[in-house]
Design a protein around this ligand. Sequence first.
Ligand SMILES: [Zn+2]
Length: 242
Amino acid sequence: MAVIIIAIDALEYNLVEEFDCKNLKQEVYGKTDISEFSQPRTMVLWSSFLTGKNKEKEILSLGDKEMWHYRVNVNETFVSKFKNPKVIDLPGFSYDLEQHDKERILLKKFFEEEDKEKIKEEYNKLALEHHKKIKKEFEKALKENHDLIIAYFSVVDVIGHLNFGNKTLMKILYKEMDEIARKARELGKTVLVISDHGMKAIGKFGDHSDYGFWSLNRKIDLGKPKLTEFKDIILKKLKEDN
Ligand SMILES: [Zn+2]
C-alpha cells in the first residue's frame, strides 16, 4: 500500500484553476489553512506539515540564516511510520542546501546589481536544471518499491519569485507539474498534491500568499484543512486506504 506526496512549493490555487491543471486538481481539491502561522515561510511550513506541529517558534528562534539548516526529528514525522519511505529534497528533511543557497545568492544579486536580465536568466537556468534532476529522481522512485514517496519541487516558487508576471512562463511550469502529477496518478496509488503556500503578484514579481493547495485522488472531502492536520490525515485515512 503506498502513498505518493507531490510537494510543490508555492503552487497557487488560483493558477491551478486558471490553467485548468486537471491532474493537479485530481478528484478533490481545495485550499489549506495556514492562518496559525504569522508568515508563510517555506521551512516552517514544510517542517510543520511533516510533524503535525506548529514549528514556527522553534525555527524562527534559530535566526534567518541558520533556519535553512533546520532538520526535523524523523521520529516526530509521519515518515517514520512507513517501512520503506523515499523523501526527495524536502525542506526540513532532505533538502539540497547547496542548490538553494545558490538560488538565494542569485536572487539577492538580482535586486542589488545592474545586469538584471542576465542574472535572471542564470537564476531561471539554475532552477530548471535542479528541477530536471529532481524529476528524474522522482520517476526512478515511482518504479521502486516504496510505501511512501515525498518529492519536493521548488521550481514554481523559485522561478515565480522573479517571473510571476510572465503568464506564459508560469503556465509552462504549471503544465510541467501537471504532467508530473499525471505520471504519479497512473500508478493507482494514493496521490496527495500539497503546497506550503501559494503565490500572489507584487508588480511583475511573486510573493507568498497566505493559503496553500491540496488535492487527492480519493473522494475524501477535507474542506479547508490546516497544514498541521495532514500528519493525521495521512496516517489515519490514506496509509491503509489503497
Ligand atoms: Zn515555499
